[in-house]
Design a protein around this ligand. Structure first.
Ligand code: GDP
Ligand code: MG
Length: 435
């Protein structure tokens, strides 16, 4: 998905201004890319409509960096889709706090249970794991192994009745001073009434403070049905997206929030106990867009735009066609480059100029004041500056007309110098004199 989207963005980026056609084409591509990433088609429709509307606003189309704005909007909408705010796991005040995990078989419940316990332990809680999957013979052993690895007690009970095990487990937590219990439950390969009935029975027996649904990030288009089925029967408070380390295309995460309104709380990405991360919609959106690259694309967009402008400017100036604004800019740059004195002394004949006192930083300030009193047009076309204009400018700047005349003389000298210097450079580089 990232690659596709980046392709789309660089397509946009290679253009200067965008037309409505360009946006339409880009949106068609984004739509396809999202569908290919298994985002639910209804969600895609809503997403594309929202994004397109914002992209078509005149602020975007007429801005200097439309492609950059499109990237921002897509990122923004994607973040919105994933849930605007972080949905941290907030434990209630009840002790022990009861967290129950539900989900299809193989979705990653047992793994996530251990990771969550590890995380809580890191946060100075003392969790207890309850082995509520009594169907797969190795399920309790799997949880026990993980519990041993992270040093968390596992309650297994008689290994027969999940409702009883859950209840006894909560009591075990009280007896052993544990403040959080995490109940691992059984899943089926498909949404199934027995599974839902059992989850509902456990829920009824222990009244969990939180039910988290574990969803395999690789589920694909079906994810919406699965999540909706759980929402309708046992209901849940949030989602743990597992297996985000695989080549999951991320479409499920995009669909879940939009379709169910349930927040994604964690993403699980790996086999190690510490690979459960709090879900951040903005980070996820950036991840989906391959943000590292999008950022550099944005930077490039700005740079290209600037480079183009600078090139045009440079070309104009190379022809000795400088304006009074250029003059101010050149002065400012000279100052930035470590002072006029140093710069001038580095030029051929510069020492002589310094000695004769022709360069003086104070004079530069005075010049700027004068130029600031000119209109935009006058600055761009200095030849407009006749007597009456000069008188007006002198008055505005609070200087004499002579000072304005002197400044213009300096400007014309500089203009000539630039012309000569660039002609010399052209000759040196074998380009000959041009325009
Ligand atoms: P359960 O049936 O829902 O309890 O699922 P499990 O926790 O047993 O996980 C099923 C398989 O997926 C196991 O082989 C896990 O090692 C693997 N698994 C679970 N979570 C992750 C994950 O975040 N990343 C990867 N790569 N594998 C995972
Ligand atoms: Mg399991």
């Amino acid at each position: 998905l990232s690659e596709r989207l980046q392709g789309i963005f660089s397509g946009l980026r290679s253009k200067g201004r965008l037309t409505e056609e360009d946006i339409n084409a880009a949106m068609r591509e984004i739509r396809l890319a999202l569908l290919e990433a298994d985002v639910n088609f209804k969600v895609v429709k809503v997403f594309v409509a929202r994004t397109k509307e914002r992209c078509l606003s005149s602020e975007v189309l007429d801005s200097l960096t439309p492609a950059q704005n499109v990237v921002k909007i897509v990122l923004d909408e994607l973040t919105e889709l994933l849930g605007r705010t972080d949905s941290r796991l907030v434990l209630g005040s009840r002790i022990p706090n009861v967290i129950m995990l539900v989900g299809l078989q193989g979705s990653g419940k047992t793994t996530a249970a251990a990771k969550l316990a590890y995380r809580l332990k890191q946060e100075n809680h003392s969790p207890l794991l309850i082995a509520g999957d009594v169907y797969r013979p190795a399920a309790a052993d799997q949880l026990q192994t993980l519990g041993d690895e992270i040093g968390v007690r596992v309650y297994r009970g008689d290994g027969r009745d999940p409702v009883a095990i859950a209840k006894e487990g909560v009591q075990d937590a009280i007896d052993n001073l544990r403040d959080v219990v995490i109940i691992d439950t059984a899943g089926r390969l498909h949404v199934d009434e027995d599974m839902m009935a059992e989850a509902a029975a456990i829920k009824e027996a222990v009244k969990p403070d939180q039910i988290l649904m574990v969803v395999d990030a690789m589920t694909g288009q079906d994810v919406v049905n699965v999540v909706e089925a759980f929402a309708d029967s046992v209901d849940f408070d949030g989602v743990i997206m597992s297996k985000m380390d695989g080549d999951a295309r991320g479409g499920g995460a995009l669909s879940i929030r939009e379709v169910t309104g349930k927040p994604i709380k964690f993403i699980s990405s790996g086999e190690k106990p510490d690979s459960l991360e709090v879900f951040h919609p903005d980070r996820m959106a950036k991840r989906i867009l391959g943000m590292g690259d999008v950022v550099s694309l944005i930077e490039n967009a700005v740079r290209v735009q600037q480079a183009e402008e600078e090139e045009l400017e440079a070309e104009r100036m190379m022809r000795g066609n400088i304006t009074l604004d250029d003059f101010v800019m050149m002065n400012a740059q000279m100052r930035k480059m470590g002072g006029v004195q140093k710069l001038v002394s580095a030029l051929p004949g510069g020492d002589k100029a310094l000695a004769s006192g022709q360069v003086d930083e104070g004079a530069l300030d005075a010049m700027e004041v004068i130029i600031n009193s000119m209109t935009k047009e006058e600055r761009a076309k200095p030849e407009l500056l006749n007597g009456s204009r000069r008188a007006r400018i002198a008055k505005g700047a609070g200087v004499s007309v002579t000072a304005v005349n002197q400044m213009m003389k300096k400007f014309n000298e500089t203009k000539k110098m630039v012309k000569q210097a660039t002609a010399g450079m052209d000759a040196q580089m074998g380009r000959g004199k041009k325009g």
